[in-house]
Design a protein around this ligand. Sequence first.
Ligand code: KE4
Length: 437
Amino acid sequence: MLRAPFMKNPERSKKLFARASQILPGGVDSPVRAFRSVGGTPLFISRASGATIEDVDGNRFIDYVMSWGPLVHGHAPRGLVKAIAAAARRGTSFGAPSPLEHRLGGLVRTLMPSMERVRFVSSGTEAAMSALRVARAFTGRDRIIKFEGCYHGHADAFLVKAGSGATTLGIPTSPGVPAAVAADTLLARYNDLASVSALCAAQAGRIAAVIVEPIAGNMGLVPPSDGFLSGLRDLCSRHAVVLIFDEVISGFRASAGGAQSIFGIRPDLTCLGKIIGGGLPVGAYGGRADIMDLVAPAGAVYQAGTLSGNPIAMTAGLWALEHLSPRLYKNLAHRGSMLAEGLADAARAAKVSLQVNAFGSLVTPFFSSSPVRDYASALNANTSAYATFFRGMLARGVYPPPSQFEAWFLSAAHTDRHVKKTIAAARLAMKDVARTI
Ligand code: KE4
């Protein structure tokens, strides 16, 4: 069994955080990293390998953030590092076409045939905002439907009841988003088709797109209920609304073909990020040729990017996708369910109310006594219990996401031994929780 908490005091992280806070708003470059909802000092990471990360104080952790999803092969796989180094020696950026872009684009289309055309960008945010723009151009309509608790990056149109860090920090509708923009963003409830059909009927002829995380990861993990995605497809076809699958998390994570392959749904457009860049900054959007051929310079819908299709990032993305295999997904699913069951057992043993949602290598333990199937039920979770659990796990060498409203990510580098150690730590951390509630 694990010894009592053995984590060294994060003195160096504290010093670095104080220094960083002088120049970076909140001391970080992305809000959810700041540990605001779980307490304590964000750990400054010095190195990572496989399934583990090491902070600047020398503490090592089994990592379940995994850079928020890109690292399906684990931290710094040897072959990936070799490929990136070789690419860097050939030049770090050209600002001109290279053979790598259409090679990766072709591989994406092979894995996701709905993506007849692909445009690379540098983040999931850029992918989602660009997909929205071309959907509006294609339909000549302005309004969109998104789902409460889903997160599609930080473009204005999406920061309305957004999940992920926006919910973690309690600012799901961000200041700075013009009322006129927010007015064009209509909200439906995840796994509630009636809420979508009501909006389609009330706003007939005014809705350009429905954007959805086909497997929601940004309110914590909430899988789609039976018939939800096919119902969305039918509604969008009936109302000539563009169906956008935001597969930034689920793409290549749920399966090599993403959620659209698992559920057999052909979206009109898809957004990608994370795994497609192998840990380097890559996003992509694409889909029906008749829509995407409106994108400049093929069409008039403008979108551009200095580092779009960057050769090193393309190399990393090619390596990541070329190393996907049925065996990888079998192992991810096995360890994902092992972890989910272990967390549930640990909660039961400590008499703590816990709902564990799992889908392949995505897991979220919700500290709640009722099932979590949408944003409202996710918000019922006891976030202070999660914070206690998080700190207990950190003290015992496990690094979960610093937020109740995020997914845990496993990778090919996570072994049964890692998962068993995690469950052993969870059994003790759940007792910490039991003592506080
Ligand atoms: P990026 O701009 O962060 O590359 O992607 C935005 C995005 C779009 N769509 C989905 C479904 C996403 O999950 C994301 C980003 N995910 C969060 C974590 N849930 C990124 C972590 C962060 O914001 O620091």
